[in-house]
Ligand binder design. Structure first.
Ligand code: C2O
Ligand code: CU
Ligand code: CU
Length: 461
């Protein structure tokens, strides 16, 4: 449903209930017509006229995560009622080539709606995509998302889900369990999105480095070689993969401990029933509230890491000859913290057992402005995590750069909209507020935490 006439892209997106097969079983979801939703592929400078229709039995809306567009358009407080439509019209900014996504943003219902499958990619192309080293690479879009079902439904949230953010033991890539990707070329460009509510993916390719070329807000200055890449909820990354020998390569999620409480042991039969097939050491869902068919609760509760999972198998072509890496990508301006018009401190806090979350001691209130900033300035924000758990901090409307982490300067410049904070960590970011005044929000992208208060309001004028 895309129409394109000189620089104008017209698209329609509908949110609806859908009955799909996931992990081999039919399930009821809420989607934009399938999971993941249709990928919007646009070019820098184009105008997008997006007609969004809500065919769900509850209010929803559409948030353009990461895209630098006016908050009056990307208004996360506006609701689209059942049966109604809303027109989102915006221009794709120059220099924004990268991987973005869209999902609902109804405070209090984000966890339920995102978990149920309302997510899709928005890919922005720009002049740099014509670089031979990128153009000749084979591109794949990979949406990572975990699930849990009770029969063919998503079960109700337990208190533990609200505390931790809900994970699930059914891991999918583009809605498929451990799919195989048969590469035609020896150089791949993977556009990765973590669309999970709360699961972190510590990604690694067996015996093969990843070459990071882009983060949330687009290209780096040059590729960065990594042995692993942590993708927190909401984050995106683009990597080049060079398949230098024939055979298979597994993309894995390595164990990661984000400080969530987990139940241990006793869950083999239940998880086996969900088609996981591999012995379960850790249970990532259920607990406190009692969970219907996940009845046989393990005995131990504590902190713990997720277990190693294979997400995807890549099969290299015969006689693979990977291309050289691009030597330079996009220049990224240096933001001088000395020129900041204001320096602010945002402290993340929680009352864990109540599953209440705070920024600077306060829970979200849509009627309150938490930060007043001046349009046309740059600010430095000091993000402080005073909790025992990781939180991915996300700011709408204004892409930012990470300056330092616990005093250590960032290893390279990058445009971000979501940055992870480890327990007791302090991250300093530089936020240019150059254009688009208005009211927007920042929040934790463990969306249960967002629904339970970890969000604030920024007014720029
Ligand atoms: Cu993807 Cu306000 O979030
Ligand atoms: Cu967002
Ligand atoms: Cu959080």
């Amino acid at each position: 449903q895309v129409r394109r006439t000189d620089g104008l892209v017209e698209v329609q997106i509908t949110a609806q209930q859908s009955h799909l097969i996931l992990g081999g079983k039919p399930v009821w979801l809420m989607t934009y017509g399938g999971f993941p939703g249709p990928t919007l592929r646009v070019r820098e400078g184009e105008t997008v006229r997006l007609k969004f229709t809500n065919n769900l039995p509850e209010p929803t809306n559409l948030h353009l995560h990461g895209l630098h567009v006016p908050p009056s358009v990307d208004d996360s407080m506006a609701l689209v009622q059942p049966g109604e439509s809303r027109l989102y019209e915006f221009r794709i900014p120059k220099g924004s080539a990268g991987t973005y996504w869209y999902h609902p943003h109804v405070h209090g219902r984000v966890a339920a709606q995102l978990y149920a499958g309302l997510a899709g990619l928005l890919v922005v192309e720009g002049p740099l995509d014509a670089l031979p080293e990128l153009k000749e690479a084979e591109e794949y879009l990979l949406v990572l998302k975990d699930w849990v079902f009770s029969g063919d439904r998503i079960p109700a949230w337990t208190q533990m889900d609200w505390m931790n953010g809900r994970e699930g033991s059914l891991l999918t890539v583009n809605g498929a369990v451990r799919p195989t990707l048969r590469a035609q070329k020896a150089t791949l460009r993977l556009r990765l999105l973590n669309a999970s509510n709360a699961r972190y993916y510590r990604l690694a390719l067996e015996n093969q480095p990843l070459y990071l070329i882009a983060t949330d807000g687009g290209f780096l200055e040059k590729p960065v070689e990594l042995t692993e890449l942590l993708l927190a909820p909401g984050e995106r990354a683009e990597v080049l993969v060079r398949l230098s020998r024939p055979g298979t390569y597994r993309l894995q999620a390595l164990p990661y401990d984000r400080g969530a409480m987990r139940m241990h042991g006793g869950m083999h039969s239940v998880m086996g029933d969900q088609g996981m097939g591999q012995g379960m050491g850790t249970m990532d869902h259920g607990g406190m509230g009692g969970m219907g068919d996940t009845g046989t609760m393990g005995s131990l509760m504590g902190m713990g890491a997720t277990r190693l999972e294979t997400l995807l198998t890549i099969v290299a072509p015969a006689n693979p000859k990977p291309m050289p890496l691009p030597t330079s990508l996009a220049p990224i301006e240096r933001l001088d913290p000395a020129k900041a018009a204001a320096t602010r401190r945002l402290v993340l806090g929680e009352r864990m057992m109540q599953a209440e979350f705070f920024i600077n001691g306060r829970m979200f209130d849509p009627g309150r402005v938490d930060i007043q900033a001046k349009l046309g300035t740059i600010e430095v924000w000091e993000l402080v995590n005073e909790t025992e758990m990781d939180h991915p901090f996300h700011l709408h409307t204004y892409p930012f750069q990470v300056l330092s982490r616990d005093g250590q300067p960032a290893p390279y410049r990058a445009w971000k909209d979501t940055v992870n904070l480890r327990p007791n960590e302090t991250v300093r970011i530089a936020v240019p507020l150059r254009d688009f005044g208005g009211i927007t929000v920042y929040h934790c992208h463990i969306v249960e935490h967002e629904d339970r208060g970890m969000m604030g309001v920024l007014e720029v004028r």
